[in-house]
Ligand binder design. Structure first.
Ligand SMILES: Nc1nc2c(ncn2[C@@H]2O[C@H](COP(=O)(O)OP(=O)(O)OP(=O)(O)O)[C@@H](O)[C@H]2O)c(=O)[nH]1
Length: 370
């Protein structure tokens, strides 16, 4: 994995899981609509054998296969076997299919009418517009632009082949009405999905955030630490854990009151946020007056610098803390959860030593071993 890609992977997860969840929740609809589209268009293509003479279907069938059936096969394959990758790739594929299907239909129409074949069903174009406009994986703007483009092209081609008659204006108006109705349904559906997405995001954000300090909570800490350890195993990088605990916090609460205690916790949260300057270091409020910082691929000096900065900065608020830290040994055979528990145990032991030795200081698990 490249550095950029790994940075993105670290940064995205676990929040990226939400996007995947939402993509998955509409996947069933997309999978089946493309499969039904493929099967019905295959039948539609086969009909050319019966309604067109051979010199015509020898052109229309290859055009339908090349520009519609093959892209539809790709869409079915992608949606059934490799559902979650790049949203942009999906949009390009789906837009291409809608555009190609519409243009091939206009081409076949022009060919049939130009050759004097009158048996051309207008329903085909209506169905294509319906399908394209209702394709919920297509952004509304793409769906609208392609619909307008196809209707305009059809209007010009029809007028070119048959001359301009008022019946064409009526025909185009019908297509426009169908497209407008479908686009309204499409827009409402997308609005609903977006509202749901925002609501889920808000609930998810609340569930991983500590309300008092605004830092991430214990739940996020566990999830993200496991993710970083897993990433570290792949990239041979170490993960460090810093545990910070306010000294004699019970006394502070008892002496100055709970509100004052809350204020100390908020200030510590602020301090931790300000000392985490590297992109992937993240502070959490673990529980009560205990906080953590997880650092990815940090040197011993970088970890110690963060610890020292906390000791210095927090004194500005008349609060003292004790700190323990530890760094994971890279062991690819060990499950991430075991590494995480061990890391926590070691950092906690170092914290205990700091408390035992008089508080307001930092201890490293590595120093205890030595
Ligand atoms: N104000 C306030 N106090 C809290 C909160 N959560 C936990 N506490 C208090 O934090 C205190 C934690 O104290 P302890 O961890 O037992 O010990 P300590 O007094 O900090 O002593 P050492 O850790 O040994 O230095 C308890 O009195 C809890 O009631 C909170 O959200 N707000």
């Amino acid at each position: 994995m490249t550095t950029e890609a790994s940075k993105r992977a670290i940064h995205q997860s676990p929040d990226a899981e939400l996007d995947i969840f939402l993509a998955k929740s509409t996947l069933g609809f997309k999978k089946w609509s493309f499969l039904v589209g493929l099967l019905s268009y295959s039948g539609f293509t086969a009909l050319d054998f019966f309604r067109f003479p051979s010199e015509l279907y020898s052109t229309t069938i290859p055009a339908r296969v090349l520009f519609v059936l093959i892209p539809l096969c790709i869409a079915v394959y992608v949606h059934w076997t490799k559902p979650i990758s790049s949203t942009r790739a999906y949009i390009s594929l789906n837009t291409t299919i809608y555009l190609a299907t519409g243009l091939v239909n206009v081409f076949v129409y022009a060919l049939a009418r130009g050759s004097g074949v009158s048996e051309f069903s207008e329903l085909g174009f209506v169905l294509i517009i319906l399908f394209g406009c209702l394709m919920i994986s297509l952004p509304i703007l793409h769906a609208t632009m392609v619909s307008i483009f196809l209707i305009v092209v059809l209007f010009f081609v029809t007028s070119l082949v048959e001359g301009f008659v008022i019946a064409h204006v009526f025909q185009i108006s019908v297509y426009t009405c169908v497209a407008t109705l479908c686009l309204i349904v499409h827009a409402s559906f997308q609005r609903l999905l977006t509202d749901n997405y925002n609501m889920i995001q808000q609930f998810y954000g609340d569930s991983i955030t500590d309300r008092l300090t605004g830092l991430k909570n214990n739940r996020y800490f566990v999830k993200q630490t496991l993710h970083l350890i897993q990433q570290g195993k792949v990239e041979n990088k170490e993960v460090s854990l810093v545990i910070i605990d306010i000294d004699n916090f019970k006394e502070i609460n008892d002496k100055y009151g709970h509100a004052y205690g809350d204020d100390c916790l908020s200030k510590l949260g602020k301090t931790l946020r300000s000392v985490c300057r590297r992109e992937h270091d993240f502070p959490c409020r673990f529980a009560g007056d205990e906080f953590t910082i997880v650092m990815y691929d940090a040197s011993k000096q970088e970890v110690m610098k963060v610890c020292q900065d906390i000791l210095t900065d927090i004194q500005l608020y008349d609060v003292e803390v004790s700190i323990g830290n530890a760094t994971s040994k890279i062991d690819k055979s060990m499950p991430a959860i075991v590494i995480k528990n061990k890391l926590f145990e070691q950092a906690d032991e170092a914290l205990y030593k700091a408390k035992e030795n008089g508080r307001n200081m930092v201890f490293s698990a590595a120093d205890l071993e030595g």
